[in-house]
Write a protein that binds this ligand. Sequence first.
Ligand SMILES: [Ca+2]
Ligand SMILES: [Ca+2]
Length: 299
Amino acid sequence: MKKIYMILAAMALLTLSLNAQLKAKKKVVAQPTATTEKVDIKFDRYFPSGPVRAGEVTPPYTCGFSSDELDGWILIDANGDNTSWSVSSEQAVYQYNSSNAANDWLVSPGIRLQAGKTYKFYVDTKAESSYFAERLEVKMASAADATELSNGTTIIGSTVVDYTTYQTISNENVTVSADGIYYIGIHAISDADKYRLWIDNFVLDGEADPVHDLSIALSAPATAGAGSTVTLTATVTNTGNYDESGYTVNFTANGTTIATQTGGTLAQGASATFTTTYTTDANASSVNFGASVACTEVH
Ligand SMILES: [Ca+2]
Ligand SMILES: [Ca+2]
């Protein structure tokens, strides 16, 4: 259901006196003894291939790749070489193909996301050996499809993984332009004949609903001649946690609207000024000016 946020954030009043703003071949029998020696391992299981999926998830969503956390995850062996993503010891791993560069997606379950919210993505990454540097990227699309993902939103651009203890890579500013189900794909893009690329602790954190909060300050001359034209200046400041896309500013004199102006985008922390003019009554001795701001964005 859509909600309309109409927030009368603030009103400013002034009195003017007249005149006065993230291949398995055999089991490990030994760890490599030299940095350039490779030992293939038998993985616990492979991710299912293809579009068979189960359900959807909602942020905050985490996956540590234990057996009870794998529903909805799939692999896409985009280069069709039967070398792809597997699970081993509650981690996801892409093991090298000696002839082909990696082109393999590990795709999350569908995640229900909302426009107007900012999500934070984290994933832990490491290489088997610093001698064999791996490479990955992370993308998001509205379909769990290699082409869609390739053309999708980049969450993390091409990143070299040449470290052997887990490091977290992240993007704390993940947004979508429309409400819907999105898939996040971890794309192994290591060169041919590297070693193993490890992934763990996939996280997509949600965020609290946005707080819309606009403040307004009004300024006018302290005094003016009766029957003269004065300029009123209103400064609107976004004091919320959300980049506003629309709001209106209303000026009043003695409680009556004298001007209504429309504001555009206003980033968190930013300010914008609006002015209008008013001709004072020739026979009045004072006038009370007011200005108010209201958010007009619809979610
Ligand atoms: Ca794990
Ligand atoms: Ca492959």
